[in-house]
Ligand binder design. Sequence first.
Ligand SMILES: C[S@@+](CC[C@H](N)C(=O)[O-])C[C@H]1O[C@@H](n2cnc3c(N)ncnc32)[C@H](O)[C@@H]1O
Length: 168
Amino acid sequence: MNILLKKFIQNPLKICTVKASTNLSAKKIANLINNTENNNVIEIGGGTGALTQFVKNKDVTIIERDYELSEILKTNYPQYTIKNQCGVSYLKEYKNEYGLLASIPLIDKELKTELINCINDHISKNQIKWIVNLGYQYFDPLKGINFKNKKRYITLKSFPLEMIWHYF
Ligand SMILES: C[S@@+](CC[C@H](N)C(=O)[O-])C[C@H]1O[C@@H](n2cnc3c(N)ncnc32)[C@H](O)[C@@H]1O
């Protein structure tokens, strides 16, 4: 059984998927990220690292709340910094410039509000440069974020359909 399916059975609301995201989405995300100017990328909700695999020449910190998944990430990505904690708590303490790759479930309204407030604070300080969010939401999953531009990309050959939201 794949590890995300196992985790989903144990705690569906914290994992929100039964499989890793597709390579099609991961490649699209890498295209969006690899040519950006800032070097610092924070990924929240790394899972097994499916979205990280095509990101190149960036200093990546992956925050994964599940201990077992964070240990897998440490094995798969020894070149990156892996932290086993809540991504939102991590961002709240973060002081440097960064771009954010996110794929955490946004079902918990309190956590989602905390994330949006934290990002808007970082936008006002010119600390966060862009966000790429992968999920299954057709409508803006981070409505209320103060970036001027947002684009949605749909990975058509995925099931369920993966939606990539790019804010910049
Ligand atoms: C939908 S999976 C995405 C996994 C992987 N990025 C992918 O696309 O295949 C969501 C992941 O976010 C993690 N997660 C959920 N809430 C989190 C939080 N608050 N902080 C960090 N990770 C979280 C889960 O443990 C899970 O690995």
